[in-house]
Design a protein around this ligand. Structure first.
Ligand code: DGJ
Length: 729
């Protein structure tokens, strides 16, 4: 149960759900990795470490030529003494040396899970939900202490890891890299899976066999990014959606990261992840400490589906916080694709009037309500209502929207400043920049320097003022550029390479303050769609705008792949107009709705332009979503058919007590005389009978899972169907 320490064998044994993780203090104080996988009873696994003379494997102890760190499985490898594989950290001493030698010093086992200072992390609500092991490793020469932290959750197959560096010596130390965790796998018979993409094409599933050498994904953009998500998994080669072993690594961080797997000469695999060491250093004065972000490591022997459901449960209930965590999320209409920058109070209210008739619950005013923001070239930073567009301000808009029975939501982009703004004219030094270099713009904007307290204070002041200026119940927090010319006017030269991480710490500080000040507000994060869809942001804001691409067909892949790690309740999904604004594709309103129903449903189109039949359809869709919303947002998610593997996609939601389910099926392109497909369902109770809500037909849960439903015979491109199932008494 939990975490135990075998004093005689010096073995730590961690049990987390159906998984175990073991490590060992070897005779000389090096910390060895022994095991991570399916749950086992405590065993003397130190036998796995077999000393052997290997050519070109140097020996730290000249009298023990059987021992080399190069062949030793390690928990948190240091650099410089016989291990040629990638280290988990590197520290520069005052004399220029970059070598450290960590040995075990002490450990403690704690109930629950301590907070990570200034960083987002999963949490335990009660002390009996989790145990935490802290192992202190010390470099005797410098006095550097590294505290390795491991939390084992009782109910989840999840172990979280992080490291804390404390300079207990009397010289300045410079961290050149400080990853969150490193795990040495005994072999290399795995495939690497990651989620890669671009703006409007976020998170494609990439899967490839491991090869000798280093394979890595990373972000150097100052944000977790559209291009790579801070997540990788190792899969046994035979592992599939429902079978086989999978090891997931999800980094709770929103900035530059690296996630990598190195296969060495003996076909062992070292996986490590954390803050990207590229352009990163951190000066640790004597007495100072540095906390790495947390990595959430999930083991599944039930394929990717098993891994995903562990992440979903853990992130929905023990990463997301606040009063909206367990509440159903409102169906919204957002005016962005309806009006872009061109609106007035009256034109917005017209949309809200129809929204109210259709049963929509929240009206979100997107970009363009402030300063002189007629397009995206100005005014970020000048968060004062544009009274040409909104003569009565946000107050009048709120009154009119609320009198229709809808709540009001507001878009902000507080991390940015336009060069054409009063804020920039007054404080040109407040943005990320480097002396004597020009400042590259992106979407005509610069990044505010959140590493500075004065800038953070000003942003917080501004946000407090804007958010409390009207009865706002939802905030969409956007961020639309990546960092270039990274440097801070607030930091001395030797700390310039701390800027990107200090920015993240500053952002997290602001998010903590603002979400605590407005606990009733539902916050949604966004970065040009899903450019910062990561666990770090979810800690503060329990939902994310999944992608700027609202095309239903593109969304099949985006939402399917996002679901590998992130629960449906965290995904914003909107029905938009056709031809679609991102790719000009026209699809029926049914499929647009069926895809968007798999997340937090919204509409992002000019409702005043809908025909009467379309309005009737949307009204029905909204009513149906309200009936299944709890199932979608709080149920278990099962992927049935992958859009990455063919013309069809299917997925389903099952309620926690398995008495209700909602199944969606999508066929992208029409096919003449197609084969008859079967849809085998998952996650039902085999002993229960379920009836289809539409037809009343009844089937056994076992029958639905082993035999399946007939896939519908649909003609035409972009077709979809859904089924609701209810268990019979
Ligand atoms: C990017 C977001 O992803 C969009 O939804 C929209 O809010 C625009 N920014 C507004 O500028």
């Amino acid at each position: 149960m939990g975490i135990t320490y075998d004093e005689a064998q010096r073995i730590f044994h961690l049990d987390a759900g159906d998984s175990s993780y073991c490590c060992h203090v070897a005779g000389d104080g090096y910390l060895a990795h022994l095991y991570w996988g399916k749950r086992i009873r405590p065993a003397n696994l130190s036998r796995l470490i077999s000393p052997l003379i290997r050519a070109f494997a140097p020996n730290p102890d000249p009298v023990n030529i059987l021992f080399s760190l190069d062949t030793f499985p390690r928990e948190y490898p240091a650099y410089g003494n016989t291990d040629f594989r990638h280290p988990a950290f590197q520290v520069q001493l005052e004399n220029g040396s970059t070598i450290t030698n960590l040995r075990y010093a002490a450990h403690r086992i704690l109930k629950g899970k301590p907070k990570l200072e200034g960083l987002p992390a999963t949490y335990a609500e009660r002390d009996d939900e989790a145990q935490t092991l802290e192992i202190e490793m010390v470099d005797a020469l410098t006095g550097l202490k590294v505290i390795l932290s491991y939390t084992a959750y009782e109910a989840f197959n999840a172990i979280t890891r992080s490291a804390r560096f404390v300079n207990e010596g009397n010289q300045k130390l410079t961290l050149l890299s400080a990853l969150s965790a490193s795990v040495d796998f005994h072999d290399a018979d795995y495939e690497l899976l990651h989620l890669s993409g671009a703006w409007a094409r976020e998170r494609n599933i990439e899967r490839r066999p491991l090869a000798p050498g280093m394979q890595s994904i990373e972000s150097r953009r100052g944000a977790s990014s559209h291009q790579q998500n801070p997540f990788i998994a190792l899969l046994r080669e035979c592992a599939s959606e429902d079978h086989g072993e999978v090891y997931g690594f999800s980094l709770v961080y929103s900035g530059n990261f690296v996630a990598q797997a190195e296969v060495d000469q003996y076909a062992t695999t070292r996986v490590s992840t954390g803050i990207n060491p590229f352009d990163f250093t951190w000066l640790l004065e004597p007495g100072q400490s540095f906390q790495t972000p947390e990595v959430v490591m999930v083991y599944s022997d039930a394929g990717l589906g098993g891994m995903s459901r562990t992440y979903h449960h853990l992130y929905r209930t023990r990463l997301c916080r606040g009063e909206h965590r367990d509440k159903e999320r409102p169906i919204l209409v957002n005016n962005w694709e309806a009006t872009y920058f061109n609106f007035t109070t009256d034109s917005l209210v017209k949309i809200a009037e129809i929204a109210s008739v259709l049963g929509i619950e929240l009206f979100v005013l997107d970009d363009g309500w402030f300063g002189k923001r007629k397009d995206d070239t100005s005014s970020l930073g000048d968060w004062v209502v544009d009274t040409n567009k909104l003569p009565g301000g946000l107050g009048e808009l709120a009154d009119r929207v609320r009198s229709l029975g809808l709540e009001l939501g507001l878009w902000v982009e507080p991390e940015m400043v336009s060069p054409d703004s009063d804020l920039y004219r007054a404080h040109p030094d407040w943005c990320i920049s480097v002396p004597d270099r020009s400042r590259s713009v992106s979407r005509s904007q610069l990044t505010l320097d959140l590493s500075r307290q004065d800038v953070r204070d000003a942003i917080l002041d501004m946000l407090m003022r804007v958010i409390s200026s009207a009865p706002i119940s939802y905030v969409k927090w956007d961020m639309n550029r990546h960092m270039t010319e990274i440097g801070s006017a607030g930091l001395p030269p030797e700390r310039q390479r701390e800027t990107a991480h200090r920015y993240m710490l500053g952002l997290y500080h602001i998010l903590e303050e603002i979400t605590a000040a407005f606990p009733h507000i539902l916050f949604e994060s966004c970065s040009g769609g899903g450019g910062r869809f990561d666990p770090g942001m979810l800690y503060y804001m329990p939902q994310t705008w999944t992608s700027d691409n609202t095309d239903a067909i593109a969304r099949l892949k985006i939402q399917y792949a996002t679901s590998l790690v992130y629960p449906s309740i965290t995904m914003g999904a909107h029905v938009s107009a056709v031809p679609n604004h991102q790719n000009q594709r026209s699809t029926p309103i049914e499929i647009r709705n069926h895809v968007a129903m798999a997340g937090n449903l919204g509409y992002e189109l000019d409702l005043t332009k809908l025909t009467e039949p379309e309005k009737r359809t949307v009204k029905k869709q909204v009513a149906t979503y309200k009936e299944i919303r709890h199932l979608v947002q709080f149920g278990d998610f099962y992927r049935l058919l992958s859009p990455f593997e063919g013309n069809e996609t299917a997925w389903m939601f099952v309620s926690e007590d398995r008495t209700a389910a909602f199944v969606s099926y999508f066929r992208v392109l029409a096919e003449a005389n197609p084969p008859m497909g079967r849809l085998r369902l998952k996650g039902l109770d085999p002993k229960l009978d379920y009836s289809l809500v539409k037809t009343g037909q009844t089937f056994g849960g076992d029958e639905l899972m082993e035999v399946g439903l007939n896939a519908p015979y649909l003609l035409g491109d972009f077709q979809s169907a859904t089924w609701r199932l209810e268990a019979k008494e």
